[in-house]
Design a protein around this ligand. Structure first.
Ligand code: MRU
Length: 346
């Protein structure tokens, strides 16, 4: 199960705007198309937009200059453009910059060779993410009791990554391992990634689940119906502060009050050590009409009412019980455990 395919130099993606109603696959033909697909959340989820942006460069480079110096100018310009599509998930910049650096390391080679390297590195990033998902699931599984009632937010599965998923990947493994879990899925206003995408994935993967409105989460915790909360991440600062889909912070505060363990699951590509704390993470503000006119379908609020529509919030590290990564489970204090993971020889 996958949401992006690059084969025979053709890039195709599952347009997530139409899920769960229709499975519409589209072909990405240009840099502009790739940018739009990321911006409009046709392709979404932190790791997947990084992968998709790399493949977009693979398509776009056919139109770059064949002169080596100008080729790098075109590559840098396209990379900057793609990175500007969405500012919060660091995986996008991380993946695109990795491609740029790899290409630069072949500067002395003919442009034809550099293009091949860009394709190879993009496929490598995709394959690695698949592996990182598997490792996150292997590391996280010990935290799941055999009859766990799990709450999750947004979408962190195969529609958001190059593999089975991060937080959802752990739940899929729990089911494969024969654990009798149940997943409560927050609908995740305003774009309903939980209702439209996570519920769709869970139904496809035969994971016992129940969809709830975002407003229901606190009451489920109060009734002791939730054992554990696991969410994904779009960027994790050096001190463990974590940006994720708007509404994640609400869950963390409620979990703290009810003494319910609150976990973040993310690959190493989601950590941004250049940012010391969460307040410095750029939070994407989206179109007010996503709130005023949900799905473009009906006028839920007056047409011109001012709207505040941040796509993400930041949960302070001190509300996070542990961070499940491909390299192991990080415990607080995160300033130390994150530095140990990334800079072992410091
Ligand atoms: O705006 P989206 O749908 O791209 O937001 C996605 C999320 O917030 C996910 O929780 C996050 O990217 C982790 S995906 C493994």
């Amino acid at each position: 199960m996958e949401a992006v395919r690059y084969k025979n130099r053709k890039l195709r993606y599952l347009d997530q705007r139409f899920l769960p109603g229709k499975e519409v696959w589209r072909r990405c033909l240009s840099l502009g198309h790739g940018y739009k697909a990321i911006k409009e959340l046709r392709v979404r989820g932190a790791p997947l937009i990084g992968i998709f942006a790399c493949y977009t460069l693979c398509i776009a480079q056919d139109h770059f200059s064949s002169n080596s110096q100008n080729f790098f100018h075109d590559l840098d310009k396209a990379a900057r453009y793609l990175k500007s599509a969405r500012p919060t998930a660091v995986n996008l910049a991380w993946a695109v910059d990795r491609i740029r650096e790899k290409a630069r390391s072949y500067e002395q080679h003919p442009v034809k060779k550099i293009k091949e390297i860009i394709i190879k590195e993009s496929e490598q990033i995709h394959a690695e993410d698949n592996l990182l998902c598997r490792k996150i699931a292997e590391n996280g599984i010990s935290l799941i009791k055999k009859d766990a009632q799990i709450l999750t937010h947004c979408n962190t599965g195969f529609l958001a990554t190059g593999g089975d998923g991060t937080a959802l990947g752990i739940m899929y493994k729990a089911v494969r391992d024969g654990k009798n879990i149940n997943v409560y899925i927050d609908e995740t206003r305003p774009l309903l990634q939980g209702a439209r995408l996570t519920a769709w994935e869970c139904m496809k993967k035969k994971v016992p689940c129940m969809l709830v409105t975002d407003n229901t989460a606190a009451s489920l915790m109060q009734k002791k119906l939730i054992d554990i909360i696991i969410v994904g991440a779009d960027r994790i600062a050096a001190n463990g502060d974590t940006a994720n889909k708007i509404g994640t912070y609400n869950l963390a505060v409620c979990a703290h009050y009810h003494r319910i363990p609150f976990y973040v699951a993310a690959p190493s590509s989601t950590f941004d050590l250049s940012i010391t704390e969460g307040t410095a993470i750029p939070v994407e503000q989206r179109n007010p009409d996503e709130v005023r006119k949900p799905g473009g379908l009906y006028q839920a609020a007056p047409a011109h009412v001012p709207v505040c529509n941040p796509a993400f919030d930041v949960t302070p590290g001190n509300l996070i019980t542990a961070i499940i990564t491909d390299k192991g489970i990080l415990q607080p204090p995160y300033g130390e455990s994150i530095a140990d993971m990334f800079l072992p020889d410091r």
